[in-house]
Design a protein around this ligand. Sequence first.
Ligand code: TYC
Length: 105
Amino acid sequence: MSDKQLQYTDGLAVQEAKPELKRPQLYKVILLNDDYTPMEFVIVVLERFFHKSREEATRIMLHVHQRGIGVCGLYTREVAETKVRQVMVFSADNQHPLQCTMEPE
Ligand code: TYC
């Protein structure tokens, strides 16, 4: 379908419709490695806030542990901001230094 369509009224006027909405910018939510946060805690974070299976959570955690950084998922801006905040609050509440951030895809 073209991005502009004609809208018909009852003969009084013909007006261009608004173009279709663009897809929203997506953001990568990123976990950073550190030397102190337990591996099990990072797995729980990935299960709880990113709905990963234990296997996928373990794979992502090990990737971050080995490479220093890793992507947990792609989200619209407000959802990504919420996930970053949830991880940071959960980590601080448990006295872990785990860092989570986001960047445009
Ligand atoms: N490097 C941590 C350890 O050896 C584990 C870890 C993995 C920490 C991923 C943070 O984002 C992280 N206990």
